[in-house]
Design a protein around this ligand. Sequence first.
Ligand code: HMG
Ligand code: MG
Length: 283
Amino acid sequence: MAERVEIVEVGPRDGLQNEARIIPTADKIALVDRLSACGFARIEVTSFVNPKRVPQMADAAQVLAAIARAPAIRYAALAPNLRGFEAAREAGAGEVAVFASASEGFSRANIGCSIAESMERFAPIMEAAEAAGLPVRGYVSCVTHCPYDGKVAPEAVADVAMWLLDMGCFEISLGETLGQALPKDTGAMLDAVLARAPAEKLAGHFHDTSGRALDNVGVCLDRGLRVFDASIGGLGGCPFAPGAAGNVATEALALMLAERGFETGLDHRRIAQAAAYARGLGA
Ligand code: HMG
Ligand code: MG
């Protein structure tokens, strides 16, 4: 039987958060509903952050309230602090994600605090999530390059990943925020993280600015990672990482994995239809 690889669909959040045009709430809901028919186990829908900083995510609660939920799918939301967590829980998120950075410059630009301070903000989220029975995913951004601090040391990534795992995150998504990593950079970073955490706890999250995201996924596959984030239609980027392009496109990643003989459980025809719809939103 083919080995399974999970694609976590992050397009409605990571994809749309960076679109200059404010996308109508109804279109976001329609996108998530299309994605719900594709076979994903998890869809990252939105984020509960300061709407002045990320206006595109201001309708987080409305989107989560109106999507047609498939029982088998976990609908996730980003939460940077306890306030965001409570809002995500009230809106019915089935999973939340906290997001830290391996570099101080990006931590400050993205969430307005140092790495150590971000961990202090996440601690009460972990406690509340445990009480609510909600799984928490942890992101580490800038795992190879930072737009403010330059190259990032692999050990710094491992430190933050372990910090999040020790806090209780069930999975760490390693974010190559800028899309500049060469496969050798990704390999060195993974070697440092895998020396301290098992591959089963790790996910790859590659932006595709330099067109190397699929190569970097390949490096992760070779080292045993089996969960990857992707964005339908290749939409997006991060508002606090200037010039960075969207995540690796879901449709391209799904094809690459199929070619390599992995089973994703995804319906390629429906993925292609959702990708066409997503690209229309970004136009
Ligand atoms: P702060 O930086 O300490 O202070 O906030 P601030 O001045 O930015 O925000 C304070 C204001 O935010 C106050 O409102 C608060 O009420 C409000 P004001 O008095 O100015 O009107 N506020 C909130 N509003 C809604 N929901 C909340 C919330 N908390 C405070 N939960 C904060 C810290 C994190 C909130 C802020 O910096 C922020 O929202 N940053 C946006 C971060 C973000 O969404 N980044 C993009 C996602 S991360 C990413 O894309 C990377 C990833 O994809 C992986 C990768 O690729 O590397 C995950
Ligand atoms: Mg990202």
